[in-house]
Design a protein around this ligand. Sequence first.
Ligand code: GLC
Length: 510
Amino acid sequence: MAKRPEWLDNAVFYEIYPQSFRDTDGDGIGNIAGITEKLPYIRDLGCTALWLNPCFDSPFGDAGYDVSDYCKVAPRYGTNEDLEELFREAHKLDMHVILDLVPGHTSWDHPWFKESMKAERNEFTDRYVWTDSVWEEPTGYGSLRGISPRNGSCAVNFFSHQPALNYGFYKPSRPWQQAMDSEGPMATRKAMMDVMRFWLSRGCDGFRVDMAGSLVKNDEDCKGTISLWQDVRKFLDAEFPEAAMVSEWGEPDKSLQGGFHMDFLLHFGPSHYNDLMRCDHPFFAGDGDASAFVAKYLENYEKSQRKGLICIPSGNHDMDRLARNIKGDRRKLVFAFLLSMPGAPYIYYGDEIGMNYVEGLTSVEGGYERTGSRSPMQWDDSRNAGFSTADAAKLYIPQDPSPDRPTAAAEAADPDSLLNEVKKLIRIRQDHRALQSLGEIQFLCDGAPGKPLAYIRSEADEKILVVVNPTEAAYELPAEYTPEETIYSFGKGLDGHRVQGVSAVFLKIR
Ligand code: GLC
């Protein structure tokens, strides 16, 4: 298990989609200076770290997940100096900033790919996964064909404009498939470590790694990809032991073995994460079932030896806003859960004020139905909700048009708002070690239909019993637990030994 930077033990992350957070130069798209300007808001919320979606040079066919220069901030967001300034200002507030590393593919505009398409051999010929004839496609992957003088088809990793970088094949079975340790794949690996070194030496605190499990091809159990990340871990331990690493993998047992500190439970893969907030009958709407999620969570928790951090996000730029399915005060129950679970919680910008999924938007920069979760942050009631002074027609994505859209300013002024509840919950988490990343968890009730989630979080002598009950039925605490003190209560809360319906309580127990 990887050695962890100490700050992760009590970290609460805030994910920022830079396009839509705050625009300080009035061009209708967010920028880095806007993030720096809003650091006090994020700090005041209680978050201690930021994850920024890709902010590097790109033709933006996939919102920046199609990088054309890993070491240059996209001009629309500012300069490298602006990003370094953000690192410095965040550090002054005792916050950390992680960037998005996209190691699986580049844009087809990347100079490496342009070189790789040439018929003559050069330094970048083996940088991508090519077959040796345009008539042969890389089975199992989409491909780019007939676009280059080079006689081959190139595998793609996601959209068609994202050619797959070559980290080799776990078990090569065709002449063009290279072994993981051959020269081309090793050069790609080194190039990616150089990118990491570039930003880490300029003040960045780590990376969220895009599609981290996708690197080595024909690697069914991910054994090759795990060993590749173990190699990266050695590099980080030697040069940047303080760097924090979180993977978009969705299989913590694998990624944590690879040396990541944290892995996300996500809307894809076998996590049952969607059962909680994003399905026809989500658990938090009161008539769902969280038991398959709990079973899977515990399986991962045991497999990762209870040591790595399994991170449950409120949402992200790829999935529906939680507010789409969970209404009103039930959103507070979601946060009572997210902020009392082990691992580091991740809050997607705007979820803390209950921002809506904006229905019916046309796709922007490869967003498709994800675009509705990427609309600009709603700060206040000024022009464009305080996001930008540009003409509304120039905004990167239109603002939520609902007349009752929430804003951060209005919620800050309302003691009963979701924003103030989230703030309170973060403060309580930060005051109690048992509730933080590493406290143990033991489930008492698994959220089967009609039942709440109930669990004990513990660390050294501290024990906290958490009940999050979105159902209408009351829950009787097991007789052996006598609450000593209520440290958090929402809804009707505790009545004697019963937690009422649509309530959440955190109770100190012995
Ligand atoms: C990840 C990103 C997503 C992107 C894809 C391709 O899943 O979160 O936004 O489109 O990878 O890079």
